[in-house]
Write a protein that binds this ligand. Structure first.
Ligand SMILES: *Cc1c(COP(=O)(O)O)cnc(C)c1O
Length: 387
C-alpha cells in the first residue's frame, strides 16, 4: 500500500523538500510557495469569471498572504486577528470579506472602521448588529446546505439558514439600510460529490428569482464557498472537472449573464504545497502475538494533524524505505489517548522502519499549522519553513 510519490509530487520537487528538510529538527511543515502560486493560477484559469477570496484560516502564513495579494486574490477573513494580519500585509480592505457568521458587536465595528464593507450573516440578531454598526454595508446571507456526508470535513449544521429565512433576512437588510447583496453557501470541505454545488446553486436561483419578482430586490452576487479538493488518499476528481461541472450548473440556472461569482478556496489553494516531516519515536507491539505494530511519531492530533479526527482526512505518507510492509496503528507523541491518528484505517509501513526514521506527510499545507496547539504537554506549536 506504499503510495506512489508521483501521484502527489514530482520526484524532483520532493527531492527539493527532502534536501531542505535534512538539517531541520522534526516535526515541522515545509511549504513551497511556488506550488501555491500554481494552484492560484490553475483556479483562476478554471474559473475565469470568478473572484477568488482565499480562506485565510487554511494557512495564514504571511508568505502565503503576500504571494496571493500580489497575484490579485481577495481574502475571506473570520476574525479581527486575521483581519489585522491581512491588512498588515498591505491588502486593502475592499479586498476583504468578513465571512464568519458568528461575530461580536465590537468585531463588526472594528471591521467597518478598518474599511471592510462586505459581510456574511445567517441570523436576524447578527444582521441587526451589522446594520447598526456597519451602515450601508453589503450583506450576503448564507444558505444551509446538505452534502455533509460526501464531504470529508463537513461544515454543515453550524452555518447558514433555510432558504425562506435567507429571503426574510435579505428583505430585512433593505429595510435596515444595508445592501442585500447576494447569497452564499459552503458545501463542506473536501467535498467529493460535485453534485453538492448543483443542489446549492438551484436554491440560490430560487432565492434570486423570488426576491426579484416579489420584492423587487436585485441580488448581485453568489458566493460558492470552498470545498475544492486537496490531494489525499481518497479519490477525487481534479479541479478542472469541478470547474466544468460547476460552470455548467451556473449556466443552467443563470444563463450567460452570471451575477458576480465568488470562490473561497482554502484547502485546495495550499494543501499540495506542504510536506509535514515527522520522526518515529517508538515502535512497539501490544503483545508478542499482536498483528499490528504501533508507530508513535513526533507529530499528532495536537501538533497539526487534528483533521485525522475520526480518521476524516487520510494524508498520503511517504517513507524512503521500500521493503516489505505491514499494517500499523499510527499515533502521536502526547499523553492523551485521543492522540491516535489512524487505528481503523491501517497504513502499511515498511517492516525495516526503525526509531529515528522520518515520515513525510504529503498534502499537509492546509489546516495543519493553523490548527496546532500552542503547547499541549509542553510540545511547541508546529513550525513552518519555506523552500
Ligand atoms: C473554511 C472556509 C472556507 C474554506 O473552505 P475549504 O474547504 O478549505 O476550501 C471557505 N469559506 C468559509 C466561509 C469557510 O469558513
Amino acid at each position: 500500500m506504499a503510495i506512489r510519490l508521483e501521484n502527489y509530487l514530482p520526484h524532483k520537487t520532493f527531492a527539493k523538500f527532502q534536501l531542505a528538510a535534512d538539517n531541520l529538527e522534526t516535526p515541522f511543515l515545509l511549504i513551497d510557495t511556488e506550488i501555491v502560486a500554481q494552484n492560484m493560477r490553475e483556479l483562476a484559469s478554471c474559473f475565469p469569471f470568478a473572484k477568488i477570496y482565499y480562506a485565510v484560516k487554511a494557512n495564514p502564513a504571511t508568505q502565503i498572504i503576500s504571494l496571493l495579494r500580489d497575484m490579485g486574490a481577495n481574502f475571506d477573513v473570520a476574525s479581527t486577528y486575521e483581519l489585522d494580519l491581512v491588512l498588515g500585509q498591505g491588502v486593502s480592505p475592499d479586498r476583504v470579506s468578513y465571512g464568519n457568521t458568528i461575530k461580536k458587536r465590537k468585531d463588526i465595528q472594528y471591521f467597518f472602521q478598518k474599511g471592510v464593507t462586505l459581510f456574511v450573516t445567517d441570523a436576524e440578531a447578527d444582521l441587526r448588529n451589522i446594520a447598526e454598526l456597519a451602515p450601508g454595508a453589503r450583506v450576503f446571507v448564507r444558505i444551509l446546505t446538505e452534502g455533509g456526508h460526501t464531504a470529508d470535513w463537513p461544515l454543515s449544521r453550524k452555518f447558514g439558514c433555510q432558504a425562506d429565512m435567507v429571503m426574510d433576512l435579505l428583505i430585512l437588510s433593505q429595510e435596515l439600510g444595508v445592501i442585500p447583496y447576494g447569497a452564499s453557501f459552503h458545501v463542506g470541505s473536501q467535498q467529493r460529490d460535485i453534485g453538492a454545488w448543483d443542489a446549492a446553486i438551484d436554491k440560490v436561483r430560487v432565492i434570486f428569482r423570488r426576491l426579484q419578482k416579489e420584492n423587487d430586490i436585485h441580488l448581485q452576487m453568489i458566493n460558492l464557498g470552498g470545498g475544492f479538493p486537496g490531494n489525499y488518499l481518497s479519490l477525487t476528481n481534479d479541479l478542472s472537472t469541478y470547474a466544468t461541472e460547476i460552470t455548467r450548473f451556473l449556466q443552467e440556472d443563470f444563463g450567460d449573464s452570471l451575477p458576480e461569482i465568488i470562490l473561497e478556496p482554502g484547502r485546495s489553494m495550499v494543501a499540495s504545497a506542504g510536506v509535514l516531516v515527522s520522526e518515529v519515536v517508538l515502535i512497539s507491539r501490544k503483545s508478542n502475538t499482536a498483528l499490528y505494530r504501533w508507530v508513535f511519531q513526533d507529530v499528532g492530533m495536537f501538533s497539526g494533524l487534528i483533521e485525522t479526527l475520526g480518521e476524516a482526512i487520510k494524508y498520503p505518507i511517504y517513507t524512503t524505505r521500500s521493503g516489505p510492509e505491514e499494517d500499523v496503528v499510527l499515533a502521536g507523541p502526547t499523553c492523551d489517548s485521543a492522540d491516535v491518528l489512524y487505528e481503523n484505517f491501517h497504513y502499511a509501513l515498511p517492516l525495516d522502519m526503525t526509531i529515528g526514521d522520518r515520515l513525510y506527510w504529503l498534502s499537509t499545507g492546509a489546516y495543519t499549522s493553523s490548527y496546532s496547539s500552542i503547547g499541549f504537554n509542553g510540545f511547541p506549536p508546529l513550525k513552518t519553513y519555506f523552500l
